[in-house]
Design a binder for this molecule. Structure first.
Ligand code: NAD
Length: 416
């Protein structure tokens, strides 16, 4: 299902479209097409059988004009520098669209966590931090969790960095467990931020979310919280969800809790009693009001875009739509809430975590939610205003908002 498309070339193509519309100066455009700094490291890890294995990792600092770079660390067997570069670029636009004082970064290690013991995973996490420690820091570049990295891994990484410095440095990484300086409200922040954007979109389009049907691809951190929150916040009906093993559909609506319990027991959403099996291709093409891709990149392509019937696409996944498919969605008047706007809630609450660490004062959960809503609503309105003013699709408009902010910061610094 996932096509072999170079994600960094997609990220560059998306930027080129916005640059053309906004008549971006060539020097600004050239600077924003490439990462500012890339670090590649090889580092040893002692395995349980006594052997030493050498792992390869990356850290990309895409652009730091607006502030220290920020972005997660992926542990994945198929990690490539192009994926890390694309994700670092998207982090730059994501931080800029919600107007938080960060640039974009990303990291990754080529490894298969499913084949590693807990001890090996801890030594890998600490080894990666030792290898990149001069490159990162709370005022320089702040990592976070991403695919196959967890709050526990963030805790080991924070501990290793603090040992190297000789004092506690909680603000060097976000997504930490609460007792080590994590923020309340971080767990569901990505999906919650998406909900605030969805609420604004529905208001704008005159769609009553209480009567809306929803399909969600992916039932991990982003997808399962989306199922829960869309039900609890708006009373919408989730009719289909999926994961890597396939999808399920129920015209009457699915109970997010029952799906979660079933997934915990059987490791998949598939096979839940009273539901119909559907494929991961079919879930995208259902006749629903809201489609939420919350799994992988490049799932909406030239090949299936004509069959997409949703009125709103809330892109919680990074890069689910190819640039070619984007044009057709816009032509078909499907309202897309683009990835780096839709899923900016995660990094926004990470920013709140870093603020709390810097301050040494911790907020109530309600305060986190309220500040997140303010940031998401403002970002959504900025993007919509740009889309209407320049008559462009929402993704291009989001790029224009972000690129303007980063370009202004680069100009003020005298770079371009
Ligand atoms: P996760 O690992 O918790 O969940 C991923 C889900 O996708 C799982 O349910 C998995 O079964 C499913 N999946 C895997 N392969 C699939 C396939 N071929 N078809 C359908 N489903 C498949 O990851 P997550 O944190 O929920 O992230 C999902 C997406 O959201 C990613 O693109 C990620 O970059 C993006 N995102 C997540 C966050 C966050 O805070 N978690 C923030 C921003 C963006």
């Amino acid at each position: 299902m996932v096509e072999e498309i170079n994600p960094f070339e997609n990220a560059q193509k998306q930027l080129d479209i916005a640059a053309g519309k906004m008549k971006l100066e060539p020097s600004v455009h050239a600077m924003l097409r490439e990462p500012m700094r890339i670090l590649e490291v090889s580092f040893p890890v002692r395995m349980d059988n006594g052997e030493t294995k050498i792992f390869k990792g990356f850290r990309v600092q895409y652009n730091d004009a607006c502030g220290p770079t920020k972005g997660g660390i992926r542990f994945h067997p198929d990690e490539t520098i192009d994926t890390v570069k694309a994700l670092a670029a998207w982090m730059t636009w994501k931080c800029a669209v919600v107007d938080i004082p960060y640039g974009g970064g990303k990291g990754g290690v080529i490894c298969n966590t499913k084949e590693m013991s807990e001890g090996e995973l801890e030594r890998l996490s600490r080894g990666y931090i030792r290898a990149i420690n001069y490159f990162i820091g709370p005022e320089k570049d702040i990592p976070a969790p991403d695919v196959y990295t967890t709050p526990q891994i963030m805790a080991w990484m924070m501990d290793e960095y603090s040992k190297l410095k000789g004092y506690n440095v909680p603000g060097m990484i976000t997504g930490k467990p609460i007792p080590l300086g994590g923020s309340l409200g971080r767990g569901d922040a990505t999906a919650r931020g998406g909900m605030y954007a969805l609420k604004e979109a529905a208001k704008y389009l005159g769609i009553d979310l209480k009567k809306a049907t929803v399909a969600i691809q992916g039932y991990g951190n982003a997808g399962q919280f989306a199922a829960r929150l869309v039900t609890e916040m708006f009373g919408s009906k989730v009719v289909a969800v999926s994961d890597s093993k396939g999808g399920i559909y129920s015209e009457k609506g699915l109970d997010w809790k029952a799906v979660l319990e079933h997934k915990k027991k059987t490791e998949s959403v598939t096979g839940l009693k009273g539901t119909k099996e559907i494929t991961n291709e079919e879930i995208l093409e259902l006749n629903v009001d809201v489609l939420i891709p919350a799994a992988l990149e490049n799932v909406i392509t030239e090949k299936n875009v004509a069959r997409i019937k949703a009125k709103i696409i809330l892109e919680l996944a990074n890069g689910p739509t190819t640039p070619e498919a984007d044009k057709i969605l816009h032509k078909n008047k499907i309202f897309v809430i683009p990835d780096f706007l839709a899923n900016a809630g995660g990094v926004t609450v990470s920013y709140f975590e870093w603020v709390q660490n810097t301050y040494g004062y911790y907020w109530e959960e309600q305060e986190v939610h309220e500040n997140l809503e303010k940031k998401m609503v403002k970002a959504f309105k900025d993007v919509l205003e740009m889309a209407e003013k320049y008559k462009v699709d929402n993704r291009t408009a989001a790029y224009m908002v972000s690129v303007n902010r980063v370009a202004e910061a680069m100009k003020l610094r005298g770079w371009v």
